[in-house]
Write a protein that binds this ligand. Sequence first.
Ligand SMILES: Cc1cc2nc3c(=O)[nH]c(=O)nc-3n(C[C@H](O)[C@H](O)[C@H](O)COP(=O)(O)O)c2cc1C
Length: 214
Amino acid sequence: MQKNIASIRKSYSQKKLLEKKAAADPFRQFSKWWKQAVKSGIDEVNAMTLATAGSDGVPSARIVLLKDFSDKGFSFFTNYNSFKGIQLNENPKACLVFFWKELERQVRITGLVEKLDAEANDSYFDTRPEESRIGAVTSPQSQVIENRDWLDDRYKQLSKELKGKKIERPVHWGGYLVKPVLVEFWQGRPGRLHDRLQYSLETSGAWKLERLAP
Ligand SMILES: Cc1cc2nc3c(=O)[nH]c(=O)nc-3n(C[C@H](O)[C@H](O)[C@H](O)COP(=O)(O)O)c2cc1C
C-alpha cells in the first residue's frame, strides 16, 4: 500500500445540513447551494461528473459543464454521436455529481435524460465562441482518429471554408436535460459523520426528504 496516499485525509467542519433549514424540493435546495458556490468563487463551479451506462450495463463517467438548471432539470451540451450519446440512446438515464470542495459539499442527481429541442440547441450554439463552434463541426467526438495533425488540419480547413459564413450547428451536436428523480445533498462533518439529505420523487409528484447515514 502507498503510505503517502493512505495518509492523505482532511476533516470537514465548515457547515451543517439540517432538515429544518432544507428547502421543500431539490431545485430550491440546489439553487441555494449553487448561489453559495458561485459566491465563494469556486473555479469551474459548473463542472460535474456525468455517469452513464449503455445496454451492456458498464458504467462510464466523465466531466461535462452544467449549462442551465430549472424545475425542469439540469442541462449540458455535447456531441450526440459521442460515447455518452450512444449510451444515453441505449439507456436514457444518468447521474450527475458536483464536488464543491471549497464548501465541503457534494450533490448527486440521478434522473431520466432527454434531448433538448433544436431551438434550444441552436440558441445555445449561437452564443458559443467561434472557435468552439468550429471545434464542434471539426471533432467526431469519441471516435478514433489518426493523429493530432488530422484534427488540426481539419480545423484549419473548416475555419477557411466557414470564414465569413454563419456556422450552423451540426445536427449531431446538442443538449441533454437530466430530469431528476433522486437528489442527494452531502455536507462534510467532523469524524466522517457527514450530513446527507436525499430528495426522492414520489408518484404523486411530491418530493420526499430523508436523511441517509454517512
Ligand atoms: C472541465 C471539463 C469540462 C468538460 N465539458 C464538456 C462538455 O460540456 N461537453 C462535452 O461533451 N465534453 C466535455 N468535456 C470532455 C468530456 O469529459 C469527455 O472527454 C467528452 O465529452 C467525451 O466523452 P465520451 O467519450 O464519454 O462521450 C469536459 C472535460 C473537462 C475536463
